[in-house]
Ligand binder design. Sequence first.
Ligand SMILES: Cc1ncc(COP(=O)(O)O)c(C=O)c1O
Length: 454
Amino acid sequence: MSDSIKYVIDESRIPRHWYNLAADLPRPVPPPLHPGTLQPLGPDDLAPLFPMALIQQEVSTEREIEIPTPVRDVYRQWRPTPLYRARRLEKLLDTPARIYYKYEGVSPAGSHKPNTAVPQAFYNREAGVRKLVTETGAGQWGSSLAFAGALFGIDVDVFMVRVSFHQKPYRRALMQTYGARCIASPSEETAAGRAILKQRPDHPGSLGIAISEAVEVAAGREDTKYALGSVLNHVLLHQTVIGQEAIIQLDMAGDYPDVIVGCTGGGSNFAGIAFPFIGQQLRGGKKIQVVAVEPSACPSLTKGTYAYDFGDTAHLTPLTKMHTLGSTFTPPGFHAGGLRYHGMAPMVSHLKELGLIEARSYGQLACFEAGVAFARAEGILPAPEANHAVKGAIDEALRCQRDGVCRTILFNLCGHGHFDMQAYTDYFTGKLTDQQYEESELAMALAGLPSVPA
Ligand SMILES: Cc1ncc(COP(=O)(O)O)c(C=O)c1O
């Protein structure tokens, strides 16, 4: 077995295809439905929002989808990303486990999000689109699309969840640097935003509301399309470069994971690291444990209902079958802004129903404690979202220590936290608390689930 710390592969080994898990699933994911007719959506229903190339990827069951050369050429700037063996963390935990992490924070925007922002901008440019509108939670996705828009000559407007807009001013500045316009959501720019502000002028915002605003703008303009940073099949697909590279890198290490851990907001970085391994398992490979980690203040996979629901608060999107807390659910303003989404990707939800993955939730204090221990051992400062994966991996390593078993743990360190220092400052000064959602708010949001005949 290798004694290296990092496993680096050459640009020429960036995957040539994205891997599509739909090809290997034992049962297909329930289809998205038109909210008016409750019939499965056709490609034309999505055409006002997305270019046809992305719609085709959304419904594809081909196992491999070729990555266009101009996209691979941009990927070459930071991909393949390094795989690290966390030797100092292992020592600190005194664990017999071998811990590896794939580090996506080396991308220009600092996370996994450019893996899909770049192809989304590329396909939109190919379709002659002039402007993209999107939402962002923590700002990682907004800055990634801003970066991709700058490369392909597309204007970008970003509706940023209001609480994050104030928590993370430097993310806003980064978006502006790349040439994008960033608007606090809910805003006065859309009917959806104005309706919410009328009811509650100090509304902290949510990803569901920001999505409504972005979809409303995109649906109303000929030259404008919408881009989503997570949840949809094509977004998860683009992230599979992460896991495909990890397979090669772990092979260099002479190892293979027993357990894979990822944090889940909408499910895309988790899918990126896990789907290529789950695919190998479904094609007869080794059985692995796959753990999705989410915040206990927004626990869609662990506390949500598996049902058809809207992807946004104003009900402008199709209905998808997913684990959901209800589309009007507003989570408290904890710092992992990218994990404050009421639903989960249909494909990730489906895997949970099939028993192919498990889910657990943690409070933000435990996650920051894990992230700080990780930073002191490994030097890299994780994004607050990534701290959830760090915590999940550390718990698995400690379990190995207690049980006296040696297992190989792989987790996705999906982003750095250099723009999240206010969160760390709050943690060190004792201002960070484990925020809880209101049970009554959850009950009300779930009561509003649309009724869809089985
Ligand atoms: C660093 C980081 N990790 C994770 C997430 C959650 O998204 P997903 O579950 O799609 O990876 C986000 C979303 O903004 C993010 O910025």
